[in-house]
Write a protein that binds this ligand. Structure first.
Ligand SMILES: Nc1ncnc2c1ncn2[C@@H]1O[C@H](COP(=O)(O)OP(=O)(O)OP(=O)(O)O)[C@@H](O)[C@H]1O
Length: 682
């Protein structure tokens, strides 16, 4: 039997098929889609605004306007019109009811794709990209809210971001520094001399990455977790110090999208430089180099982000005061931020992006690192680059199948291929998932049922709560270490002892985490946070005295620069020293402990469970990944599974309501619509 809702939709569809489609009727339909939650209200508002601006607008323009905004909210920079025309179901992955409603609308917008494009081009709301200044400079006459570029339709803002990033990457990717190859080679040999007992790889990609970054103003070092990106960049800094004409003037900055990732980068580079100093002796003053490295900043902080404006203090007219900028976790950088970052760099500066191209892309629109690294697997190096690598590294780069493809930038991208951290089942699982090998991934999980990886194939959400409380055989504990540390609060008002204790609590909390694919529902972050909190209260580990209570882990959900806290920062609520101390949120940035009065923090969420998205840039000894049922199909992707698995350092547990969920995730590879690669080639 059909529900009333279904019947209404069907009546509407029949009526629709009988008549041509007037713009106001389509607008009403789009607003209905927004009320039904198929589109955002904002998407409907885009269509309404379009009709207000241009009362004679063709309904196709309104539909495409709403859909391009909708796709932007799903991380796409643009709407692929060919896909919408030929494969709307695939493009939108909507459930049956909205799918049918869209189909009915499309039936009343007949015409082949070229006719669609002509209709769009003929509307004053759509500007042809050919007619817009290619460098993203806005002319006074450029006011149309939509831009058509080939068969891609953009919201004007995103088209500009893409053009700006492409222009910057083309410019910086092609700039080369003069390199004394003999001196570079001598230093590279020293910096990468094999340790006793260490085998020399056939192609030392780390050394190649250093050589390549030495001569470029923009380079990318990509690789999975533990492939030595930070190890390599520490050696690059040493190499820059060794070869710079005025090393004492070198200004080095570190940044990452989140405060935690930035602090981790700094700590890791400093650790690497210290170990290197022990090996190369006093040939280089690495202690002075370490002292020259500025504080690790979030990108937002580095660029001087200000509340309530998208503008930054640093931009093309007020460039950053830096010679070398190292940016970690670059997969999380969205299009708008990348445009702002590259434009704020002086032309003479060198920027090195580090990241894993296969991880989830940014929450916001764009997949910049993935787009930049399109040729990273095969290499795509040209003869000149090969000769340079031969001269500086004594290495012949392996031939790839397709030869050089994407020009200057491809010569500046190096992919590190060997993980130093994951040799066992976690690494094998991550590789199988990344390569889309469902059977191999299932085999690793089933064969290795034990300490390192474990799969609860047909579990209930309660299984996740048990893992949080007790862990599992081979990976004991869950949150036990942090709960135990909480109980060991020092008596008295000694600030030093209190700080040590707070650090212990925070460090213990970082050992375990529940990661989810979705936010809502029993299998989502919200459900697990409530369930884990309730279980800990019942078991007497925590005592809830109000919204803020001692031991509550929280994640900041909005940048609050005035307090020095940024979206994604994790802290724990603890009472300040003394019996009557105020409740404060304590945060660790690397080894640095700081705290903020709890009542001043406006936007936070409990953080026993996080989305995989929010976990990027962090790793936990034991990571539990809870995949929801098939209903949440759009978010269950290969990148999500890969990112979740690679957050685990020593133990990984997958929990799913049915075994098929993992296969479904692995088979769904994300493809974000973007024209960046085309713009880079142009
Ligand atoms: N060539 C090497 N020789 C010896 N040890 C290495 C080498 N490369 C990396 N390592 C070690 O492997 C570990 C992982 O390296 P590193 O932290 O640089 O990887 P990463 O790619 O930056 O990891 P993540 O993705 O977690 O940030 C570190 O302990 C590092 O010292």
């Amino acid at each position: 039997m059909k529900s009333r809702k279904d019947a209404n939709t069907l009546d509407w569809i029949e009526a629709m098929e009988r008549e041509p489609l007037p713009a106001d009727e389509l607008l009403a339909e789009l607003l209905r889609w927004a009320r039904a939650g198929w589109l955002r209200h904002l998407d409907g508002a885009v269509a309404r605004f379009a009709l207000e601006l241009e009362p004679g607008a063709h309904p196709l323009v309104l539909l495409c306007g709403a859909l391009v905004a909708h796709m932007e909210s799903r991380g796409h920079s643009c709407l692929l019109l060919e896909e919408l025309h030929e494969r709307p179901d695939e493009l939108l992955s909507w459930s049956a009811e909205p799918r049918e409603a869209l189909r009915a609308v499309l039936q009343r917008l007949p015409g082949e794709l070229p006719a669609w494009l002509d209709t769009l081009r003929g509307c004053a709301l759509v500007q042809d990209a050919e007619a817009v200044d290619g460098h993203g400079e806005e002319a006074d006459s450029d006011t149309a809210p939509l831009v058509l570029c080939g068969t891609r339709l953009y919201l004007r803002r995103y088209w500009h971001y893409e053009q700006r990033v492409a222009a910057q990457v083309r410019l910086r990717g092609a700039l080369r520094e003069a390199v004394d190859t003999a001196s570079a080679r001598a230093w590279l040999e020293r910096l990468f001399a094999a340790e006793a007992g260490q085998r020399t790889p056939k192609t030392d990609w780390q050394k190649v990455a250093c050589a390549v970054a030495l001569r470029g103003r923009l380079s990318v070092i990509t690789g999975g977790p533990g492939t030595g990106k930070t190890y390599t960049v520490a050696r690059l800094l040493a190499l820059l110090l060794a070869t710079a004409p005025h090393p004492e003037r070198l200004r080095i900055a570190l940044a990452a999208p989140t405060g935690k990732a930035a602090a981790r980068l700094k700590q890791s580079i400093e650790g690497s430089l210290q170990a290197l100093a022990g090996r190369i002796g006093d040939a280089l003053d690495l202690a002075a180099l370490t002292a020259r490295i500025g504080a690790a900043r979030t990108l937002h902080g580095l660029l001087g982000g200000r509340p309530d404006t998208r503008r930054f203090a640093f931009d093309a007219s007020h460039p950053l005061d830096v010679d070398v900028l190292i940016v970690d976790e670059a997969s999380m950088i969205h299009l708008e931020m990348m445009a702002a970052l590259l434009e704020a760099l002086p032309e003479t500066a060198r920027v090195v992006l580090l990241g894993d191209k296969d991880q989830l892309a940014s929450v916001e629109a764009g997949a910049v690192l993935g787009d930049l690294c399109g040729d990273a697997d095969p290499g795509g190096y040209d003869a000149e680059c090969r000769a340079y690598v031969q001269a500086t590294c004594g290495t012949q780069l392996p031939e790839d199948d397709g030869g050089a493809r994407s020009g200057a930038l491809a010569q500046q991208i190096v992919m590190l291929r060997e993980s130093r951290r994951f040799g066992g089942p976690i690494g094998k699982l991550a590789l199988a998932v990344n390569q889309g090998k469902v059977a191999a991934a299932q085999r690793v999980l089933r064969d290795a049922q034990g300490a390192e990886v474990h799969w609860l194939e047909a579990a209930s959400p309660q299984a996740v709560v048990r893992l949080a409380l007790e862990g599992r055989p081979g990976a004991p504990g869950g949150y036990a270490a942090y709960l135990q540390a909480l109980r060991e609060r020092p008596q008295g008002e000694d600030e030093g002892a209190h700080a040590e204790w707070a650090t212990r609590v925070l460090t213990a909390f970082e050992r375990f985490r529940v990661l989810c694919a979705v936010r809502e529902g029993d299998w989502g972050v919200e459900g697990f946070n409530l369930a884990i909190e309730a279980a800990l209260l019942r078991a007497g580990w925590l005592r809830k005295t109000g919204e803020w209570y001692e031991g509550r882990p929280v994640m900041v959900t909005r940048n609050q620069p005035a307090l020095g806290v940024f979206n994604g920062d994790i802290g724990i609520v603890l009472r300040a020293p003394g019996a009557r101390g105020a409740l404060r949120v304590y945060l660790l940035e690397g080894p640095q402990l700081r705290s903020v009065l709890a009542s001043r923090l406006a936007d936070v969420a409990t953080a026993f469970a996080l989305t995989v998205h929010k976990s990027q840039g962090s790793e936990f000894e034991h990571t539990v990944l809870a995949l929801p049922d098939q209903g949440s199909s759009q978010v269950l992707t290969r990148e999500l599974a890969y990112t979740g698995i690679t957050r685990a350092r020593t133990a990984f547990t997958l929990v799913s309501p049915q075994p098929g969920v993992l296969a479904a995730a692995i088979e769904r590879k994300t493809k974000r619509a973007s024209g960046l690669r085309e713009a880079l080639a142009g």
